[in-house]
Ligand binder design. Structure first.
Ligand code: G8X
Ligand code: MG
Length: 368
């Protein structure tokens, strides 16, 4: 089987309402997503999506993703898409780094492998069943009352796990947010406070040694070194996110005792192949993990949910569905969806999502 064509679609995705991160210094109101269709000489077609969370969240750039696909396409044509490690080695040789470019390519190849095997991805990734996965809300930075209001709205939609976005240079403000939200959560709900790297180590240590709450704290500071420094000085469990790009970052995080869990996002680490490798490492060291994508529609959400559903429950916290923030839905009803706070991956072969090209507009590029 050979790759015969790559077809690229650009989706401009407004958020349903604006969203603030990192103590309010990062604002997001639209996403730049790329859908990729890979065709083969045997008539099997796979789909992938790559969607950075705006331009300011990670070193990942929506328009750059399409430029990267243009660079890689000549090296991908003719490869067997089922040989996933080989495809990844070719991509790494021809374009070092740029993980976010490789993720939709890797995803489309997994979709093809699943269809050829006649198996859903949750099974190819090692799962026993199409396990429903708890999903978590994502609560934009605001005052404690505003944030508790958003948590109540999410609770009404079935969410029982929340990611509350905090951070900033005023320790008193974050102490107030953490204490109010931790105390005001509905019974049986859980929260992670995601700082999105907004704190200096000094502020992190001050805030976390001032609060009674012992909830998870995510990505308190910019770098792994800073987060490891904080982890030694506070009682809260630490989750890492934006400072993890490659397998070696995860190895360093573990060997330095920098965290008790990580977020695994295929688009951040370069696709499902790399995400699975990291997931398996996380299981072996006993991490608790959130497995979800960086952003995008239900296509990217579904790929990540296959990996989440195939992860042992003891190592899995919850997954976020980025498409819940979008004003539009290019694949209505398909793939991972919120059903009373749970989402279940499809059991059709492959990703189990088949976009309608008519709904995606004209392709912006095609390589054959
Ligand atoms: O966990 C995170 O850091 C990201 N998820 C949604 C957007 C951003 O908050
Ligand atoms: Mg995060």
């Amino acid at each position: 089987m050979r790759i015969t064509r790559l077809t690229v679609f650009h989706l401009d995705l407004p958020l349903a309402k604006p969203y603030w991160l990192s103590g309010g210094r990062l604002k997001f109101d639209r996403l730049d997503s790329t859908y990729l269709r890979i065709d083969t000489d045997e008539g099997v077609t796979g789909w992938g999506e790559g969607c950075p969370w705006g331009h300011s969240y990670l070193p990942a750039h929506g328009p750059g993703l399409r430029a990267g696909i243009a660079t890689l396409a000549p090296h991908l044509l003719g490869l067997d898409p089922r040989s996933l490690d080989h495809v990844n080695r070719v991509m790494d040789l021809q374009l070092p780094g740029h993980s976010y470019v490789k993720s939709p390519i890797d995803m489309a190849c997994w979709d093809i492998l699943g269809q050829v095997a006649g198996l859903p991805l949750w099974q190819l990734l090692g799962g026993e069943a199409a396990t429903p996965v708890p999903i978590n809300s994502s609560i934009s930075t605001g005052t404690p009352d505003q944030m508790l209001g958003l948590i109540a709205e999410a609770a009404a939609q079935g969410y029982r796990t929340h990611s509350a976005k905090i951070g900033g240079s005023d320790p008193a403000q974050d102490i107030a947010r953490i204490e109010a939200i931790s105390a005001g959560l509905p019974d049986g709900h859980r929260v992670t406070f995601d700082v999105n790297r907004a704190w200096t180590p000094a502020i992190a240590v001050e805030v976390l040694n001032s609060v009674r709450a012992r909830d998870w704290i995510e990505q308190p500071c910019q770098t792994l070194d800073q987060c490891a420094h904080v982890a030694r000085r506070v009682a809260n469990p630490i989750m890492l996110d934006e400072c993890l790009h490659e397998f070696s970052d995860h190895l360093a995080a573990w060997s330095r005792g920098a965290c008790e869990g990580v977020k695994i996002k295929p688009n951040r680490v370069g696709g499902l192949t790399r995400a699975r490798q990291i997931r398996d490492f996380g299981v072996s060291v006993g991490w608790q993990m959130h497995i979800e994508d960086v952003g995008g529609t239900a296509l990217a959400d579904t790929a990540a949910l296959h990996l989440a559903a195939s992860t042992p429950e003891a190592n899995r916290l919850a997954s976020w569905l980025g498409h819940a923030h979008l004003a539009d839905d290019p694949i209505p009803g398909q793939g991972a969806r919120n059903r009373d706070g749970l989402a279940t991956p499809p059991s059709a072969p492959g990703l189990g999502v088949i976009p309608d090209p008519e709904a995606l507009g004209r392709p912006v590029a095609s390589y054959d």
